[in-house]
Design a protein around this ligand. Structure first.
Ligand SMILES: Cc1cc2nc3c(=O)[nH]c(=O)nc-3n(C[C@H](O)[C@H](O)[C@H](O)COP(=O)(O)OP(=O)(O)OC[C@H]3O[C@@H](n4cnc5c(N)ncnc54)[C@H](O)[C@@H]3O)c2cc1C
Length: 410
């Protein structure tokens, strides 16, 4: 462990944001000590693969890691894995590890991500899982290998992606969602209806507006469920995918301001003097939208992490990247750019039946976000339209033959 130095940066969380922050510190010429602390026993890896290619055994296990161990050594990044930070003290400027060690920081980057929610009525048994870590995905993969019938509780992104993977692996899939459509919270009712159709057409038994009323167990396993629609189903393996709670405990210790389920940070991702936040926990005041935005997505976490690293290295800047994410389900690549926490109009470009289309989310005529399915180009070309924050010509948006670049430069 490093001795106390004049310039010691501690990064809590060795995931997407923490890893990018550590690398960016060096890329931006920071010469002090960098300590990257992760509770996970593995070095940083690519989480999005865990519900997709890794789960389906389509990538070799080594491919999931972001860097080789030697790369951290070469960059003089001290990587501490398998240890959680259990306490942080603002005045003393220290963090405490789970083995009792106190570590000083001059600057702190908080990037602890989130933890899957668990409902108290769901039994914690050997074939009931949540999915966040590489070990979770490995365990689910193993259980799926010995099973035919999978239950997914929750049809958000993780549930929907695992449902698609399980179907691609030839499993029977029952997906239970309390809301009226899958992905409704993130994408709204209209898109949710389309995704309901997509999953059903690929053989998922999707029950919306439904909950589990009884878990039927045998020894240490769940063997079936009773549902609120009065039916029963036998199951071999279950995944609880009912959302994620941002890890704000350390931020609370430090007296940081909380909001939107995370930590409120300014335009430069700073939460307090010498303390930055990135990734799933950061509720960032976004200069384009002029409001706080918190999203739980991979590229945002990486870019925010890199921006925090650059800021601590001495080049702070307004973080202006538009949120962007993707989700792969079956042969459909969804991409979403922008942030439509609130919209009063949607506009289609292309035919949703064709499974290649885009949907614009608008508020008072201004585009807040664009979702595209198998049409990443529309998403890319719409970035400028989102940034401009002025009402757009709706007819031009719907005209698939028209060029969005002309609209952006009009
Ligand atoms: C299965 C799965 C699939 C996904 N697919 C996509 C996708 O297709 N597209 C997309 O855009 N996003 C996807 N995401 C979301 C994306 O992975 C997250 O938004 C992103 O990883 C968040 O980065 P982060 O650095 O904030 O947190 P994380 O990547 O979760 O990293 C946080 C790290 O901090 C560690 N930690 C937590 N508390 C402590 C502590 N007290 N002390 C030390 N370490 C701590 C954790 O162990 C963890 O390793 C997916 C997520 C999952 C789980």
């Amino acid at each position: 462990m490093s001795a106390r130095l004049n310039s010691q940066v501690v990064i809590v969380g060795a995931g997407a944001a923490g890893d990018a922050a550590a690398m960016a510190l060096r890329q931006n010429g920071f010469d002090g000590s960098v300590l990257l602390i992760g509770a996970d026993r593995h070095r940083p890896y690519e989480r999005p693969l865990l519900s997709k290619q890794y789960l389906r055994d389509e990538v070799p296990p080594d491919r999931v890691f972001l860097h080789r161990t030697e790369e951290y050594e070469q960059q003089r990044i001290e990587l501490v894995t398998g240890h959680a930070v259990v306490e942080a003290r603002a005045r003393a400027r220290t963090v405490r590890l789970d083995d009792g060690r106190d570590i000083h920081f001059d600057s702190l980057i908080l990037a602890p991500g989130g933890t899957p929610r668990w409902s108290p009525e769901v039994p914690r048994l050997s074939n009931v899982f949540s999915l966040r870590t590489l070990d979770d995905s490995t365990a689910i993969k193993r259980a799926l290998g010995e099973s035919q019938r999978m239950l997914l509780l929750g049809a958000g992104f993780i549930g929907a992606e695992v449902a698609a993977s399980a179907r691609l692996m030839g499993k029977n899939v029952l997906m239970i969602e309390l809301g009226s459509v899958p992905l409704g919270r993130a994408l709204g009712q209209e898109m949710g209806e389309i995704y309901a159709r997509i999953h059903r057409s690929r053989g998922v038994d999707l029950r919306t507006g439904t909950s589990v009323t009884r878990w039927i167990t045998s020894e240490d396993r769940v063997v079936g469920v009773e549902l609120s629609d009065g039916t029963q189903a036998e199951i071999d393996v279950a995944l609880v995918a009912i959302g994620v709670g941002a890890e704000v405990g350390l931020a609370r210790d430090l007296g940081l301001e909380l909001g939107l389920g995370g930590v409120l940070v300014d335009e430069t991702l700073r939460a307090a003097p010498g303390i930055y936040c990135a990734g799933d926990i950061a509720a960032h005041f976004h200069p384009v939208f002029r409001r706080h935005v918190r999203v739980e997505h991979w590229q945002v976490a990486q870019k925010q992490g890199a921006a925090c690293g650059a800021a601590v290295a001495g080049t702070p800047s307004r973080y202006e990247e538009l949120p962007w994410f993707w989700s792969d389900q079956y042969d459909l690549n969804l991409q979403y750019v922008g942030n439509a926490h609130d919209f009063d109009q949607t506009v289609w470009r292309g035919d949703p039946e064709s499974e290649r289309f885009a949907l614009f989310y608008l508020k008072e005529g201004v585009i807040e976000a664009v979702l595209s399915v198998n049409d990443g180009r529309t998403g890319r070309l719409s970035r400028e339209l989102i940034r401009r924050r002025i009402p757009v010509n709706i007819d031009a948006l719907t005209d698939v033959a028209g060029d969005l670049r002309e609209l952006a430069s009009a």
